[in-house]
Design a binder for this molecule. Sequence first.
Ligand code: ATP
Ligand code: MG
Length: 423
Amino acid sequence: MSINIPRGTQDILPGEVETWQLIEDAAKRLCRLYQYQEIRTPIFEHTELFSRGVGDSTDIVQKEMYTFEDRGGRSITLRPEGTAAVVRAFVEKKMFGNPDQPVKLYYMGPMFRYERPQAGRFRQFVQFGVEALGSNDPAIDAEVISLAMNLYGELGLKKLKLVLNSLGDPESRKAHRDALVSHFKPRIGEFCGDCQNRLEKNPLRILDCKKDRDHELMKTAPSIIEYLNEGSRDYFEKVKEYLGQLGISFEVDPKLVRGLDYYNHTAFEIMSDAEGFGAITTLCGGGRYNGLAEEIGGPETPGIGFAMSIERFIAALEAEKVSLPVEKKIDCYLVSLGDRAKDYTVGLLQELRKLGVSAERDYLGRKLKAQFKAADRLNARFVAVLGEDELDKGVINLKNMETGDQEEVELASFVEKFREQQG
Ligand code: ATP
Ligand code: MG
């Protein structure tokens, strides 16, 4: 019996992977412009990091983690997201002591969640995310949002919607929390089991429930916006003002929540408005988490970040029918005839490659015509033909496939010729 790929995972094959590389390269380039530096943390962590850092009441921790005991009896979890590990590293490596503050980091890599696979929802997916730690300036909130928006925009997405909310500071959140409990408590019996648990643990998350979203109490639930104290309102106004200055339009949705206790102030999602995108329209989620570093045992540190998956990025590109300029091209294909010529191309190929010329030759003993076809499939700019006669004369036949021009070049200066062209 043959063995298949696990559910919810994918093989990304040549022909598809180029799109991934374009997105990844664009993300890295933007991070350099914005001065976010890469951090690489382990694929697995102690389970406790996520139960504390993502939060016990979240779907991720309750239902979606790949957790196992290792041979030493420790509980280990494949990372379901990136923020907790970045903040752990920030605390553990004492980056709060770095001279350059805030510490601006990005990561890119696979995450694992045991979810029900569907379009846009995988069990292994790749997230790109950034985190800015150590600043409470609303300008950094706007910067983080603009980085994500610019990345989507740069690769051609137009139908984007930025949804924004403020969860306020701890005082505002407490007042709102009390109001939510009073609002839902009398009729909590009408809600799902998850919501009943959330009522005391984290009532904010009720607003995020997918099962009960149409319950009438959802529409009349107290809005966080009304509970923001002055400081929180000012902060939110500043973020909005900066976004305006950056030309980024947004919608305020008081029901947008990030459910953890240490999330505060800015929360945002970037959605795709493209028709035919399907049920899942969130491309990117982010927010401010000023209490997280402390939760993980570090000093009080403000932080903000976002995470997006490349899978949903690509789904949005497809929905908007944007095709990225993926170029398949090589500089030179070496066609050879006869054993001696074939042998000679082994060294020639190496010399070309050493000069940075992308080059290929035949490895299947194909006839002349088939070799030319192979060169065509690879979209070779030049085809160099070497037969026994040429070899004896010390020349090689170089054909420019774009112009059709052909010339005989001295074998000795052939590689040199490419060097000039590269110049
Ligand atoms: P959702 O409500 O869609 O489940 P989430 O709140 O679980 O999203 P976050 O934890 O905020 O998502 O993750 C940030 C981003 O990571 C999402 O906006 C999405 O782009 C991506 N993402 C999350 N889960 C998956 C998944 N299972 N497959 C692919 N991408 C995902
Ligand atoms: Mg989810």
